[in-house]
Ligand binder design. Structure first.
Ligand code: PMP
Length: 397
C-alpha cells in the first residue's frame, strides 16, 4: 500500500522555513512565512495576551471538551468584533459561526460545507493568491480557477479584468476574496471597487467567501472590517473566515472562526447543523486555550484597548519598515521599488523574478517566495540594510 505514496514537494511556504532553519549562515533572514517579528527579530507575545494568559492560568480550569462549534463566549466575542455588537443580522440570528483551527481551519470547514452542498461548483481565487487557497479547495474536491487581480505593469489591481472574469463565471461559482491586506500582493480594492464587485456577485448569483486573516494590519480594526459591513448591507449570503494568528500573535494556538451569513434564522440553524457535522467528523471539537485568550482580551475593556494599541503600533512599524526598505534601496541606486511603501499588510510583492529570489536565497541567505513575495514584517533595523544590499546585488545595481 504505502509504496503508492509518492514523495510530495515541500510546501512552497513552510518548506522554505525548513530550508531556512537548516541554513548555517548567521546573517540569514527569513522573509518567507507571514509572521510579524519585533525589532529584536523575535515573535512578540502581546501585552494583552500575556495578561490574559496569566488570568486564564490562575483559574486552573479542568480541560473539558468544548462543544463542536467551540466556546460560546468566544463566538460571541469574535462575532461582535467582526460584525459589530449591534449588528441586526446577529440579532436576527442569521449568522452561523463556529470556532476553527486558525484561518486555514475556517477555510477548510467552509470548503467542506460548500462541497457537500454544491459539489459541481467551481471555486475562483485571485491571480495570484495565498498558495494554500488553491491546494485547500482542490483537496476539498473543487475545480479551482482564478480571476484576474494583480496588474504587474501598473503595480496595482486589474479591476476591469477582475470584474470581467466574475461576470463570465457560472451561477453558483464560489469566489474567494481577501477582505484586506491581500496576500501576496498587498493591494486592496477601494470601497467603490468593492461595491462594483458586490454588484457583479449579486447579478451573477455567485457565492462570496471572504478570507480575513489580517484585520487590523491595513488601516485599523474598524477600517479593515468595513468590507464585512458592505457585504452584510448587500443582503448577499456569504462565508467569512477569520484568523487571530497574526492580529493576536497567536500563530501556534490555531484560533480563528468561520461565519456563514444567511437570509433567515431558520437557514442559519440548518447551516450550523451541517457545519457541526464537518467539524465532528474531522477533529470533533476545537481546543480551548486560544479561544480563552482571545475572549479574555476582547471582553475586558482595558485589555482590549491595550491589544488595539499594540496592534496599531505593529501596523505603523511595518509601514516604517516599508519606507526604510524603499529608502535603503534608493540609496543603493534602485529607485523603481517605491511601490513597496504603498502596499498594505505583511507582504510586499517585490516584482523580483524567480531567478533573483533564488539568488537572494542561495547567495545571501535571504528567504522569500519564488513569486517575489517577501514578508516585510520580518524586517528590523538590524537586517534591513543587509536585505537591501542583497536585493541590490541580485538586481545588479
Ligand atoms: N488566509 C490568508 C490569506 C493567509 O495569508 C493565511 C495565513 N498565512 C491564512 C488564511 C491562514 O491563517 P492561519 O495561519 O490562521 O491558518
Amino acid at each position: 500500500l504505502f509504496d503508492r505514496a509518492e514523495l510530495a514537494p515541500a510546501d512552497p511556504i513552510l518548506g522554505l522555513t525548513e530550508a531556512f532553519n537548516a541554513d548555517t549562515r548567521p546573517e540569514k533572514v527569513n522573509l518567507g512565512v507571514g509572521v510579524y517579528l519585533g525589532e529584536d527579530g523575535k515573535l512578540p507575545l502581546m501585552a494583552a495576551v500575556r495578561s490574559a494568559e496569566e488570568r486564564v492560568t490562575q483559574q486552573h480550569k479542568p480541560k473539558a471538551y468544548l462543544g463542536i462549534d467551540g466556546m460560546p463566549a468566544y463566538r460571541d466575542a469574535v462575532r461582535a468584533l467582526i460584525f459589530g455588537a449591534d449588528s441586526a443580522a446577529l440579532a436576527d440570528g442569521r449568522i452561523a459561526t463556529v470556532q476553527t483551527l486558525g484561518g486555514t481551519g475556517a477555510l477548510k470547514v467552509g470548503a467542506d460545507l460548500l462541497h457537500q452542498l454544491s459539489p459541481e461548483a467551481t471555486v475562483l481565487i485571485s491571480d495570484p493568491s495565498w498558495e494554500n487557497h488553491r491546494a485547500l479547495f482542490t483537496r476539498a474536491g473543487f475545480t479551482v480557477d482564478a480571476y484576474r487581480y494583480y496588474d504587474a505593469e501598473a503595480k496595482g489591481i486589474d479591476v476591469d479584468g477582475m470584474l470581467e472574469d466574475l461576470r463570465a463565471a457560472a451561477e453558483g461559482t464560489v469566489v474567494v476574496l481577501h477582505a484586506c491586506c491581500h496576500n501576496p500582493t498587498g493591494y486592496d480594492l477601494t470601497g467603490e471597487q468593492w461595491d462594483a464587485v458586490i454588484d457583479v456577485l449579486r447579478e451573477r448569483g455567485l457565492v462570496p467567501f471572504l478570507d480575513m486573516a489580517y484585520q487590523g494590519f491595513g488601516f485599523g480594526i474598524a477600517e479593515d472590517g468595513a468590507v464585512v459591513t458592505k457585504f452584510i448591507d448587500s443582503g448577499l449570503n456569504f462565508l467569512l473566515s477569520t484568523s487571530y494568528s497574526k492580529s493576536f500573535s497567536l500563530y501556534g494556538e490555531r484560533i480563528g472562526s468561520l461565519s456563514v451569513v444567511l437570509g433567515s434564522a431558520e437557514e442559519a440553524k440548518k447551516v450550523l447543523s451541517q457545519l457541526k457535522i464537518v467539524v465532528r467528523t474531522n477533529y470533533s471539537n476545537p481546543p480551548t486555550e486560544g479561544a480563552a485568550l482571545v475572549t479574555t482580551v476582547l471582553t475586558d475593556p482595558e485589555l482590549r484597548q491595550s491589544w488595539e494599541d499594540e496592534l496599531g503600533s505593529m501596523r505603523e512599524r511595518i509601514k516604517t519598515l516599508r519606507q526604510g526598505l524603499v529608502d535603503a534601496l534608493a540609496a543603493r541606486g534602485i529607485s523603481d521599488m517605491g511601490f513597496i511603501a504603498e502596499q498594505l499588510g505583511m507582504f510586499s510583492y517585490s516584482g523580483l523574478t524567480k531567478d533573483q529570489m533564488i539568488a537572494l536565497r542561495t547567495e545571501h541567505g535571504v528567504y522569500g517566495l519564488d513569486s517575489g513575495r517577501m514578508c516585510v514584517a520580518a524586517l528590523n533595523t538590524g537586517n534591513l540594510d543587509y536585505v537591501a544590499d542583497a536585493i541590490a546585488s541580485v538586481r545588479g545595481a
